[in-house]
Design a protein around this ligand. Sequence first.
Ligand SMILES: O=C(O)[C@H](O)CO
Length: 401
Amino acid sequence: MKPKLRAIWDAGVAAADPAGAVTRALPDLEFGDPAQLSVVAVGKAAPRMIAPVLEAVTPKQALIVTHRENVFDDLGVPVMRAGHPVPDPEGEAAANAILEMAEGLGKDDHLLILISGGASAMLPAPAKGLTLDDKVRVTKALLASGAPIEVMNLVRQQLSRIKGGGLAIAADPARVTALVLSDVIGDDLRAVASGPTLAPLGTPEDAVQALRGYFCYGKVSQEVRNHLREAPKKRDVPETDTRIIGSNDVSVATMKEQAPEAKILTPPLTEDVKDAVERLAKLPSGLWLIGGECTVQVKGKGMGGRNQELALRLAMKAEEEGWPAGWTYIQGGTDGRDGPTDAAGAVVNGQTLKKMRAAGVDPAAALKNNDSYHALKAAGDLLMTGATGTNVADLGVLYRP
Ligand SMILES: O=C(O)[C@H](O)CO
């Protein structure tokens, strides 16, 4: 079963390949006159998203903004590197460059923006009266609070000149098209990269409530609090053509094409891994396709990631409940990096715990220490893909006979 499940999982990851996703979108895209076309790619997948566009057309101007760790070839257009997950001065310079480019466009111009995850942190454009330091403090407080991405970005939009439709406002009256590779479960495009071409997720008052709700209000600067009190309630964002071209849902749908007999788990797994395993254990027999992204409460000092911990927990649950032989489960991050490890996740079955014990590892003790990586490594059941160059959260496939 392992090779079959791996092939289905691989098909899901391939569907999220940034170059492939843009290439599939190109036939439906009207570039217009290349002499009036500006192309900007932002986020972790920016170089891979812009490559097929630059093969298809030579725009008037183009710019890539990505994280400095992203590997990319020289594509012959300027690249600006930016910090992530905490914004830095290079990111601020990049955000300013994009806004300047957008502000210089006229009604006959076309701005094509290619958006992928990570761009919120990479493009800090502090609202008038705020500084990069203010934004750094807000970002750090929200990151430490465990607030979900929708909440983080609702706040960040209210403090920014580029997020929450700010880019669309700057580019007005030019035509704006955005192709989005979504790393947000549920695909609210206002949340992906903080929606530079769409109206914000909430109001300044909502941002205050969110900061209070996650005990961050007291941690942000007085300038931020003043700004949120005085900022206009509504932002008029011009209409843009913003399209999704890849996402966790799209990847799960592609896995379904690969395995039409399978059922899709709904809703996707977004809960803590402990609760996720309870849900998986209740599924009837058959082949199940799983999207989402779980959370883990880390208390131990071991090494692992949410996908590895989920797989290990499921193997233990299967043993405890005496699942019939043949069950198999693959679970991994589509970016190929689960937590701070070099594994994407794991592929487990009825042999996993036996192999672990034979190698001298106690699975329960490993779990207690959040050390799923070393336990699964001892069993030879890690899922190793290397960095995939994309990220649409996590995918899993479970077979229960
Ligand atoms: O950049 C961001 O805001 C996150 O990656 C979600 O898209």
